[in-house]
Design a protein around this ligand. Sequence first.
Ligand SMILES: NC(=O)c1ccc[n+]([C@@H]2O[C@H](COP(=O)([O-])OP(=O)(O)OC[C@H]3O[C@@H](n4cnc5c(N)ncnc54)[C@H](O)[C@@H]3O)[C@@H](O)[C@H]2O)c1
Length: 437
Amino acid sequence: MKIAVFGLGYVGCVSATCFAGEGHEVVGVDVNPEKVRIINEGKSPIVEPGLDEKIAGVVAEGRLRATTDFFEAVANSDLALICVGTPSEKNGSVRLDYIYRVAEQIGEVLADLDKYYVFVIRSTVLPGALNLCMNIIAEKSGKRPGEDFGGCSNPEFLREGSALKDFYAPPYTVIGEYDQRSGDVLAQLYTKIDAPLIRTEVKVSEMVKYASNVFHAVKVAFGNEMGVICKQEGVDSHKLMEIFCMDDKLNLSPYYLKPGFAFGGSCLPKDVRAITYHARKKDLQLPLLNSIMPSNRSHVERSIDLVLAHGKKKITVLGISFKSNTDDLRESPMVDVVETLIGKGYDLRIYDRNVHLAKLFGANKEYITQKIPHISKLMVETIEEALDHGDLIIIGNNSAEFKEAIKNIREDQVVIDYVRILKEIDDARKNYEGLCW
Ligand SMILES: NC(=O)c1ccc[n+]([C@@H]2O[C@H](COP(=O)([O-])OP(=O)(O)OC[C@H]3O[C@@H](n4cnc5c(N)ncnc54)[C@H](O)[C@@H]3O)[C@@H](O)[C@H]2O)c1
């Protein structure tokens, strides 16, 4: 395939060189004539192990060249990989103007060309950037997106220092496609790359890159803060993290990474408080760990605000324990939600099979009837009775019976799902709202 790579910085140089090495005909475009000259001399403008030799090879074979002339580059290619910078402003906002400038340039060229072209963003951009570029290209060229030209988001996951290795063995290749035809063209570039190929919606793809980098940052900060506590306590932090990382069921796993409701229960809040209080006493600064309880609290407030915004006074709560299949109400964030709504004068009915049984016979009987009698007296025995009451229904935990029940609710009832009980939102009714999806 004939490829134009816009932006010969780190990502552009590695992408241009590696795709040329895969047998594609690549032209690199940069506004900096110095970078263009260096590449055309068969050298690397960036420092990266192995890149100098690889560039020398593909330039000598005539599969990679560079230019400052974007017009010529687009005219002689079928697809553009946009790798220009997206730096931070002083206030933290990301500058996307280089990306939009390239979209304008490509639009100008396509105005006079009669061929299908695919615009691909490799740079890290906020959700919505590709769609905006498609509009810019359409406006500049007078051509129709999806008909005359296509677009994809295709974020880059390489790490400086091991970029060549990462290019050939990334964790996965993500293609966010404007339409299937665009994705089909781009997917041809990856047939020889040994990694799962994921084709998805454009905005999901754009966001995957941010989720990855933010998570990596959280991991570094978490490891460092645990190390700070360990040093104070004379604990070997590396031994600790080695053991911690051996747990791939709960620690290094998809577990706990599904957007949903706040955490609760008898362990997580208690233990986060214990370790942060202990660190405070020792004057240790642990901003990440100290932010966990406030973050959880603000999520509970968000869940309450969502209910208030609907302005419906009669409310049904399905599930009040902190997760399904338990009757444990200690530190259930749903108890906070319910208490706030009662305090504001809302008319509630609560159904939770496990808590109802515990109220009658269980170990939690005393806690339920004596510590939270104001909640206990709002509990009803059957899900039908509960559903009959509310104009708004809150799904508070993942009990299987709730999933079935909300399929049959009345047209005038609104469901607010805190736990994503409906896995496929397309299946959901119109009067359904998720807490963070
Ligand atoms: N560096 C990394 O390890 C890495 C990894 C993954 C993703 N990313 C993302 O990839 C993007 C590029 O990063 P980088 O480090 O390669 O950037 P960089 O700043 O090193 O290089 C950007 C290049 O784009 C050129 N440029 C700007 N406007 C242009 C235009 N209109 N036409 C042609 N060239 C133009 C600049 O002259 C520069 O050479 C960023 O969004 C970054 O966040 C970077």
